[in-house]
Structures are given as C-alpha cells and as structure tokens.
Design a protein around this ligand. Structure first.
Ligand code: SAM
Length: 266
C-alpha cells in the first residue's frame, strides 16, 4: 500500500533548478515551490521581494515546465532593505537578463515599492502570493494586511523567514497572530516558510495540506527539508568549485609572472 503522504508527491518536486545564486537562504524551498505551483496552478502569482531571483525563478520555472498558464509578477525596488543591505543595479540587470532569456512571455518585473504596486492588481485577483520583503514585524504585518484584499477565493499566501527569532526579525510573531484566523502549514527548514490558506475555496491539495495529521505533516516537512537540502548542497558545491578554480587561476598567473620576471643582476 502506498503511504498517504507519498501518494501526494509528484515529479515536479524533483526537478533541477535552472537558477541558483550563491545566496542559498531561500533555496531549500525550491522543491516545494515546484510542487505547489504545479498543484495549485495559480492564474496570477505575485512575489514581494525578489532580490537575485532564487525564489521567483523557481515559481517561473514550474509555471513554464508544467504549462500552468500562470502570469507571474516580481515586485521589488531592487535597492535592498535594512536586512539585505543596499545593493547596486547589477542585481536587477542579472534578474532582468534571466527573465528575458527564459520567461518573458508570462513574467513581469515591477521595479517599485510594494505599496505602489498595489494599484496594479484588482481586488480578489491573486491566487498565490509570496511575501519575502523586510522581515520586521511591522513591515511583514503591513505587507500581509495591505495585500490580503487582493487574494482570490483560491488565495494562498506564503511567508518566508517565519522560523527566525534573532535580531528584529518578527515574521514568527505575525504568524502566531494570524494562525488563529486561517488554516496554515509551517515548514521549519531554510529559515521557515509558512503557508496561509486565506481563500474560501482552496485547490484540492491545499485542502489536503490544511487537514493533514500531525504525523503526516511531520513526514511532509521531512521530505521537503531533505529535498531542499539537496538543492542547497548543489549550489554550495558549484560555488565552492568556482572559488577553487579562481584560486587556481590566481596561483597559475602568479607562477607565470615569476617565471617571466627578469632575474636580478648579481
Ligand atoms: C530577503 S530579500 C528577497 C529574497 C528572495 N525572495 C530570494 O529568493 O532570495 C528582500 C527584498 O525585498 C526588497 N524590499 C523590501 N521591502 C521592500 C518594499 N517595501 N518595496 C520594494 N521592495 C522591497 C528588497 O529590495 C530585497 O531585494
């Protein structure tokens, strides 16, 4: 007999990501992003906070490979915030280039503040929203509350960094408050990803996840934490190897310079 939890696992969760930067904080959730986009097939997906694009491009990749017909929107000032620190325009240029190369038919980059982007979306029009902007309690509560009216009857909101308790991170605090109002599911790995089912008519597997038993929920978390770990290790191995190659090249060019340097007259 197939275990109840495994019967919900699909091939989508095992795809190899096309985009992974050297910042791995979110990457442990890529297998779940692949799985949920395929399962929930949102008409509109919006991300608040994209930075280098690791999360956003995972959703875009899943939309493309599974032909979900989703329109994707990334909202970011691409200037950084108090937690990421400020960064220059090369980050936006990198995201723009990858977007153009792979997803330009259905993916839209909105370079602006989250509040300014609100007017671009009709009320009750967004099926899936990922909130990953500034992580103070005040900022994430503001983002959640201002975007909530935009969520459709199938609406699902994902919040990253819900398992971080240091410095002034306050996503965990908001999650505790809204847990009483909406069905939810929490992942604890990769700094936490919390899922809130805010629509009255969720997709079938979202309903399943809402009602999952404690035992099955633990198993589901364990599966995605392991899959996510593999994805993170893949990026780490790649960037370690790149660093090693660069060091080798540096050493070779120093040796070359030494070999060609004129010898000192005695
Ligand atoms: C934690 S990073 C996003 C990480 C990304 N999701 C990933 O996969 O790595 C947060 C981003 O949100 C952006 N941001 C924060 N608050 C914002 C706001 N109010 N309006 C626009 N962008 C904002 C920052 O510029 C930054 O790029």
């Amino acid at each position: 007999m197939v275990n109840h939890v495994f019967s919900h696992l699909t091939e989508a969760a095992f795809k190899i990501p096309l985009h992974q930067s050297s910042v791995t904080a979110w990457q442990g959730h890529i297998p779940f992003a692949f799985w949920c986009l395929d399962q929930w097939r949102p008409k509109n997906f919006v991300e608040l906070g994209t930075h280098l694009g690791d999360s956003y491009f995972a959703f875009c990749q899943a939309a493309k490979e599974n032909a979900t017909g989703t329109q994707c929107y990334a909202v970011d000032s691409w200037q950084g915030d108090a937690h990421t620190g400020p960064y220059d325009s090369t980050i936006y240029e990198h995201v723009q280039q990858h977007n153009q190369q792979h997803y330009q038919d259905f993916s839209h980059l909105l370079r602006m503040n989250f509040d300014s982007a609100l007017e671009k979306f009709a009320d009750r029009s967004i099926d899936l929203l990922h909130i990953d902007g500034l992580h103070t309690y005040e900022a994430v509560a503001h983002d959640f509350n201002t975007w909530l009216p935009k969520m459709s009857e199938r609406g699902i909101i994902l919040c990253h960094d819900s398992n971080v308790y240091e410095k002034d991170f306050g996503v965990w605090q908001l999650m505790r408050e809204i847990e009483t109002s909406y069905p939810h599911f929490h992942f604890y790995h990769s700094f936490g990803l919390s899922i809130f089912f805010v629509g009255e008519n969720p997709p079938e597997t979202a309903r399943w996840l809402q009602e999952i038993s404690a035992h099955d929920g633990d198993q589901w978390r364990m599966i995605f934490s392991h899959l996510g770990g593999c994805v993170v290790q893949r990026a780490e191995a790649f960037f370690q190897q790149m660093h090693f190659q660069q060091e080798l090249q540096k050493r070779d060019s120093i040796n070359q310079n030494l070999a060609t340097a004129p010898t000192n007259p005695a």
